[in-house]
Design a protein around this ligand. Structure first.
Ligand code: TYD
Length: 212
């Protein structure tokens, strides 16, 4: 299966890189799907609005994890598995590693509990490859603040929270180095894109055309 996820903290340039990868893969095959979490289904998009709405400041971390997980349970069965089973390359902008990083390392919820909830939500589906856009917290937030219209509830968290999320990602990558591909997100955009393409080409076995 070719299930590829992208992870990174705010302002890592993840979405830009994901979209460039999508364009490149679509030139090589029709069977490529891009989706994102939270969201990616009608039900998931409703849940996304609740999760990210700036007014929902009183949401508890426990409610938050269950909402993320509900959206995930839906997308796994409605979208991801059916496409993967038919041989599609599926790219997901965030997946359960975001839960472990944000709700686990960030909010300090029990990682054991999160693993159980996540396993239930995904039915055990794990990415084959996870691309991590690695940028420091201050640099990422500086970049993100340049587009204030996109500011959401998660980004309004404290600096300490973001540092914990960042360390969480590093810990997760260290635990599964074969699955994680880390890239310095402060490199020029085209250099990052080329490196990601090379790694994905190796994963899915497509001929690589490296021009960005
Ligand atoms: P989004 O606007 O999609 O951010 P980005 O462009 O950075 O991906 O917002 C998703 C936010 O939700 C982001 O701050 C990360 C957070 N998140 C979690 O806290 N837990 C999760 O399980 C997921 C999927 C996302």
């Amino acid at each position: 299966m070719h299930f590829i996820t992208f992870e990174g903290i705010e302002g890592s340039g993840k979405t830009t890189q994901v979209n460039l990868i999508l364009g490149w893969l679509r030139n090589q095959t029709d069977k490529v799907l891009l989706t994102r979490e939270p969201g990616g289904t009608a039900i998931g998009d409703h849940i996304r609005e609740i999760l990210l709405h700036p007014d929902n400041t009183d949401m508890t971390p426990e409610a938050e994890i269950l909402l993320f997980s509900a959206a995930r349970a839906q997308i796994v069965r409605q979208v991801l598995l059916p496409h993967l089973e038919q041989g599609w390359i599926v790219i997901c902008d965030r997946f359960y590693d975001s839960t472990l990083a944000y709700q686990g390392y960030g909010h300090g919820l029990s990682l054991d509990a999160l693993h159980q909830i996540t396993d239930f939500a995904t039915g055990g589906l794990t990415p084959d490859l996870t691309i991590f856009l690695d940028i420091g917290v201050e640099a990422g937030l500086r970049r993100k603040a340049q587009t204030p219209a996109e500011w959401n509830r998660m980004e309004a968290q404290s600096l300490t929270f973001h540092h914990q999320v960042y360390s969480g990602y590093q810990a997760l990558a260290a635990q599964a180095p074969d699955r994680w591909f880390k890239i310095d997100a402060e490199l020029p955009q085209d250099v990052i894109q080329t490196r990601i393409r090379r790694r994905i080409a190796k994963q899915v076995g497509v001929e690589i055309v490296l021009e960005v």
